[in-house]
Design a binder for this molecule. Structure first.
Ligand code: ASP
Length: 349
């Protein structure tokens, strides 16, 4: 009897502690303007990736009040330098932290230039439902009205939110929450640069107050088909951008240098210049996977529109922009070279 009272008290204590225990949020830092510094508050020139993760965390003491924060420096680069090696390192670390239960949520600080590509890559390869939130800044840490600290505070709140569970990788910037597949950088300098032009933002976060209004429906994280556990290299996929009076030189160089896939950022509804179309057709005949995309940036590149994809052996990109189609094609090529299967992957992921 005495034992069972002790047991009950112990259980009550454990549940009380659990109720008050703060979630553990890992901040994985990769560089970017959020970790950038310049020569003065109004200086327009600065260097990305100079401030360490410990200093980023120290600049926002409020996050320690709401979560147990742990920081790790994954890389220290401007995201224009982002590469497969860092992607694989980051993805493997995120998987490890989430699947072993070490972290309840992850925040990744990242440059804004390629944030959408990293977000989509992780969205396709992370195997957890827990929140993964990417964040950056458009104004470096030494500039007037730097947006990094509030963006970071908001990102930690999103990473702690139960409502963020199962929504894949999220991008939180400028009080908005965007889904990885949809988000893109739309302005070179403005703080409201991130938009999801085809679908809109999925939520908002206002001084830490998180609200979701929509959820992504395409396959991601736990129901995506990709697994990078054993992968150390990704296949080469190039993007070729189209324009009036174009020529096939870039396609031919890509083919000559061993590209396994080419994303054609064609005009309008994915229309390449005639000589480019011919070169792409040759590539497809020789086993290179050609994804027909558009340079427009919004809307679907529709299968068999003005270009006959069936006859040319092409894959249509659905409504992914070219940089995201490139990410998906790289991963698709780790599974198959079958064009029909790759088309299906583009319609489901
Ligand atoms: N070039 C920077 C980067 O992507 C821009 C930024 O972070 O806003 O790292």
């Amino acid at each position: 009897m005495c034992f069972s009272i002790k047991k009950v008290v112990a259980l009550m204590l454990i549940s009380a502690v659990a109720a008050f225990a703060k979630p553990t949020i890992y901040i994985l830092a990769t560089g970017g303007t959020i970790a950038g510094s310049g020569s003065g508050e109004l200086s327009t020139s600065y260097t990305s990736g100079t401030v360490t993760v410990d200093k980023l965390i120290a600049a926002v003491p409020q996050i320690n009040e709401i979560a147990t924060i742990k920081g790790e420096q994954i890389s220290q680069i401007g995201s224009q330098e982002m590469n497969n090696e860092v992607w694989l390192k980051l993805a493997k670390r995120v998987n490890e932290l989430l699947t072993t239960g070490k972290a309840d949520g992850i925040v990744i600080t990242h440059g804004t230039d390629t944030m959408e590509e990293t977000a989509y890559f992780l969205d396709l390869v992370v195997k957890s439902d827990k929140p993964i939130v990417m964040v950056g800044a458009m104004r470096n840490s030494t500039s007037m009205s730097a947006d990094g600290p509030l963006n970071l505070f908001n990102a930690v709140n999103v990473a702690m939110s139960k409502d963020a569970v199962g929504k894949g990788v999220l991008v939180t910037m400028n009080d908005e929450i965007h889904a990885a597949r949809e988000v893109t950088k739309t302005n070179t300098t403005a703080v409201d640069t991130f938009k999801s032009p085809n679908t809109g933002k999925i939520g908002t976060v206002f001084y830490g107050n998180v609200k979701f209004y929509m959820a992504p429906v395409r396959k991601h994280t736990t129901n995506s088909m990709f697994d990078i556990t054993k992968i150390t290299e990704l296949p080469r996929v190039d993007i070729v951008y189209s324009h009036a009076n174009d020529n096939a030189d870039f396609v031919n160089v890509a083919l000559k240098n061993g590209a396994k896939g080419i994303v054609s950022a064609g005009m309008g509804n994915g229309n390449p210049f005639p000589s480019v179309l011919k070169a792409l057709n040759e590539g497809a005949k020789n086993g290179v996977i050609v994804v027909r995309d558009s340079r427009v940036g919004t809307g679907e590149t529709t299968r068999n529109g003005e270009v006959n994809d069936d006859e040319n052996g092409f894959v249509a990109s659905d409504n992914l922009n070219a940089q995201k189609a490139r990410v998906l094609l790289m991963l698709a090529l780790t599974k198959t070279t079958d064009k029909a299967k790759i088309q299906e992957i583009f319609y489901t992921h």
